[in-house]
Design a protein around this ligand. Structure first.
Ligand code: GDP
Length: 497
């Protein structure tokens, strides 16, 4: 039959309704205009305000990117801030300001914090740059902005060791506020924003990033360096000064990552090659694709048997996968010449893509449909691209495979994911699908119900500030503004709804 993938290739889809710029050369990044052809059509409305903000951002980026004279001047100011005289200082105000993002933690965390950084750059008129200390993120993503790079040239960049910055770094926003230097005039040439999971530690003032004090202190700083493993987008919705602009960019708050992620993340041709080969070999012919992502965390222990049971009871209970006939041979199709009357055609061809660091879940699901027939007569095929055993985010090939699997998962028609996994958030966020989420085990046991349909496609901000800027005390950020609620999969976190 006709490849369903080709049918949706309408010209207006190529740019995802204006989300993507048309100004790229197709072959340098094959995935850019093609990935969406393999996904279900997005039902999430894109605002024209966001589209124009992106086009404006692209021209700013082109003007300020590494290699331009504006960039050279900005680096010179960073290197010797004292040498600039007053007229320079006045000129500097109208010049380029930067947000330098540094990778930290696993790929899912990185993609979510990078997306958050990009939204912050959009809101504050900064140019987002990507600091790549090692080679673990080389040949992973294409350049997202037309006609300009987002990679910081490492040679001679005046701020060194950014990847090792932490809560103690002297130039951090929290430490500057602690010293009473929030309103320094002239502002320091650069500041560090620390939003790793430990930023809410008692006594640390990094959480003021989400308050007016923090934003005031950063406003005139030419270079801001950011380290985060968080999807802090919901936190930006807590800051009153950005409220209006955010509501115009995202009249529906629940698809921020879906849009910005599809805008930013285009796998390199190397990764796209892996995705296409796998898809073409195992998944393309199926009538329905079910993505199953199984992630385990040391802080939420559960045995393999128990988790497998949870997956099956969710998948069967919610009709994600067909139940099986207990007595084989069930609906086995007859072999030629066996004398059986009917050569049954499968009702539907379902491909199940299992993505996990571990091989056992795939093996058991595959065996279930090998040993027993599927109720309803579906032909269920089960695949797993890799089972890498453990996380090795400092290795390039490891990250390339992780990204390829996130992409393959994002082509699913139905998603079953593990709670609290940023890897899973990226996959279903790109897909624009509300996944069925396997809830966190309770005392090593699968909870009841085993899974829930997510309320939103938005990722969870795992470590919100939980601070009330007005009252200057602890506060519950799941109750501060209308569109930010506690996450279903992680109670302490908050997400956009
Ligand atoms: P999280 O820990 O689930 O929130 O996701 P992250 O992506 O931040 O970190 C987990 C890392 O472990 C990934 O980036 C991969 O490097 C690796 N990993 C976890 N699950 C998988 C998987 O199913 N497939 C592959 N290829 N890698 C995985």
């Amino acid at each position: 039959g006709a490849d369903p993938v080709v049918k949706v290739a309408e010209p207006q889809d190529r740019l995802l309704g204006g989300l993507l710029s048309p100004d790229f050369n197709d072959t340098s990044c094959l995935s850019r205009y093609r990935a969406s052809l393999y996904r279900r059509r997005s039902l999430h409305v894109l605002s024209s305000h966001l589209v124009s903000a992106l086009r404006r951002y692209e021209s700013l980026h082109r003007h300020c990117s590494p290699g331009t004279s504006a960039y050279e001047r900005a680096v010179a100011r960073l290197r010797s801030p004292s040498s600039s005289n007053t007229s320079d200082a006045a000129a500097a105000l109208s010049e380029c300001m930067y947000l330098v993002w540094t990778p930290h933690a696993g790929l899912g965390n990185r993609m979510l914090s990078l997306t958050s950084a990009f939204l912050y750059a959009l809101l504050t008129g900064r140019v987002l740059l990507f600091h790549r200390p090692g080679d673990d993120m080389n040949d992973l993503f294409c350049e997202p902005f037309p006609g300009a790079t987002w990679i910081v040239p490492e040679k001679d960049f005046p701020i060194r060791g950014m990847e090792r910055f932490g809560i103690r770094t002297r130039e951090s926003l929290g430490n500057a506020l602690g010293r009473g230097e929030g309103g320094r005039d002239p502002p320091p040439p650069w500041m560090y924003v620390h939003l790793r999971h430990d930023y809410t530690r008692p006594g640390a003032r990094d959480r003021f990033f989400f308050c007016d004090d923090g934003q005031d202190a950063l406003r005139r700083v030419g270079w801001v360096v950011l380290l985060s493993d968080n999807y802090f987008v919901p936190g930006l919705f807590l800051i009153p000064r950005y409220e209006r602009e955010l509501s115009r960019m995202f009249p529906r708050r629940d698809a921020v990552f879906h849009h910005l992620g599809r805008y930013l993340f285009h796998p390199s041709n190397t990764v796209w090659g892996m995705v296409m080969r796998y898809h073409g070999s195992y998944l393309a012919k199926a009538e329905e694709r079910v993505g199953v992502q199984v992630r385990t965390f040391a802080w939420a222990p559960i045995s393999t048997d128990e988790l497998y049971g949870q997956i099956v009871s969710c998948a069967h209970g919610e009709n994600i996968l067909p139940r099986v006939h207990e007595s084989s041979p069930g609906n086995a199709t007859a072999t030629p010449g066996s004398g059986q009357q009917q050569q049954q055609q499968p009702a539907r061809r379902k491909a199940v893509l299992v993505v996990s660091l571990h091989g056992e879940y795939y093996e058991r699901i595959r065996d279930m449909y090998y040993e027993h027939g599927a109720a309803g007569g579906d032909a269920v095929s089960v695949f797993q691209p890799t089972h890498l055993g453990g996380q090795r985010s400092e290795e390039r090939m490891h990250n390339q495979k992780a990204l390829a699997e996130m992409m393959l998962l994002s082509f699913s028609d139905v998603a079953l994911t593990s709670a609290a996994s940023t890897f899973g958030y990226v996959s279903h966020g790109l897909a624009g699908l509300r996944p069925w989420v396997l809830m966190i085990p309770v005392r090593k046991k699968a909870p009841n119900p085993p899974c829930r349909l997510a309320a939103t496609i938005e990722p969870c901000f795992h470590t919100p500030p939980h601070y009330d800027c007005q009252a200057r005390t602890k506060g519950d950020n799941g109750k501060t503004v209308r569109h930010v609620r506690h996450c279903e999969d992680l109670k302490d976190g908050v997400q956009l709804v």
